[in-house]
Design a protein around this ligand. Structure first.
Ligand code: GLN
Length: 309
């Protein structure tokens, strides 16, 4: 057994008593049906070597983790123009909050809260159709993951559309401020579909490997984004990737990370590896409860942190 395999086994043993705790995201009915006892973790290193255990190959709803990929894609297409329409500050508010939007005239605090991601969806849509835009997002992720089998879970999309009143409110509010250019229903379709993409821990970790390697896919050598851009995406993940718990995640784990209400977390260890973890039960901030504990344990045992002196 490699050192890493031993640490992952130890991590699983440490969190085992907590598996099944937390609350699955029941505001999206399709997510409420997911087995709360699932747990998977995968580490992909810069050679592409996968070390994993548990349900690391099961696809789950990536939800807000998709915001890392859509941010990357919008920066590739529009560069710094994004920052006229979305900020770069932690919100200190829940992911679906509307409170700051009025004072800040429809400019969301960052691209990882729902409002910010909805503006990103609007920019990616750019006058096209939702179906084509969703295909482009999915294909981009497939290219990054080196896996052509990634798809949108249509049952989750239907569930999100049915219950997406808060996201519709955010989108309409921003449209009222002139910060959405496309019809609200089209923008929301893109947003709901990207959130409903299903991926496993292994696929997630593989697809974000460029963020651990200066913007370059370290296995193929393909430059996905510039080194500067990769560094900045990591900075945003660290400061904003866990909403109003981003500070706590930095304190406990010390790595750029992005969570989703499907219970997944993606964490980047620069120059070393990427970690995907999944456990559906959420804490009060809407982040995976066991997933966070597992990353905290893994970071402590491995010494991985962007803050080591
Ligand atoms: N689709 C979810 C929503 O819009 C995404 C939220 C999340 O993962 N934090 O509410």
């Amino acid at each position: 057994m490699s050192d890493l395999e031993a640490i992952l086994e130890e991590t699983r043993a440490a969190i085992a008593p907590k598996i099944g705790t937390g609350k699955v995201a029941d505001y999206i009915p399709a997510l409420a049906r997911v087995d709360p006892n699932k747990f998977g973790i995968a580490v992909v290193d810069l050679e592409g070597k996968v070390t994993s255990l548990g349900d690391a190959h099961d696809p789950f709803s990536i939800q807000s983790i998709s915001k890392v990929f859509t941010l990357t894609l919008v920066l590739c297409r529009h560069g710094a123009r994004l920052w006229k329409r979305v900020g770069r500050e932690p919100s200190g508010s829940p992911f679906n909050s509307i409170v700051q939007l009025e004072n800040e005239r429809g400019i969301p605090r960052n691209p990882f809260i729902n409002a910010g991601a909805i503006v990103v969806s609007d920019m990616l849509l750019g006058g096209g159709t939702a179906a084509v835009t969703v295909d482009q997002i999915t294909e981009f992720i497939e290219t990054l993951a080196h896996d052509p089998s990634i798809s949108v879970d249509r049952e989750v999309v239907a569930s999100e559309i049915e219950t997406g009143y808060r996201n519709a409110a955010l989108a309409n509010f921003m449209r009222g401020f002139g910060n959405l250019e496309n019809p609200v229903d089209q923008v929301l379709e893109v947003y709901f579909c990207q959130c409903s993409i299903a991926m496993s821990c292994v696929q997630l970790a593989r697809s974000a490997l460029f963020l651990a390697a200066g913007g370059k896919d370290p296995v193929t050598g393909q430059q996905i984004v510039s080194q500067e851009r990769a560094r900045r995406i990591n900075a945003l993940m660290l400061s904003c990737g866990h909403y109003d718990a981003s500070g706590d995640f930095a304190f406990r784990v010390g790595l750029p990370g992005k969570s989703g209400v499907g219970g997944g977390i993606l964490a980047v260890v620069p120059n070393r590896c990427v970690i995907g973890v999944w456990s559906p039960g959420l804490n009060a901030n809407g982040n995976s409860l066991v997933g966070t504990l597992a990353l905290e344990h893994l970071a402590a045992k491995s010494g991985w942190s962007v803050f080591v002196g």
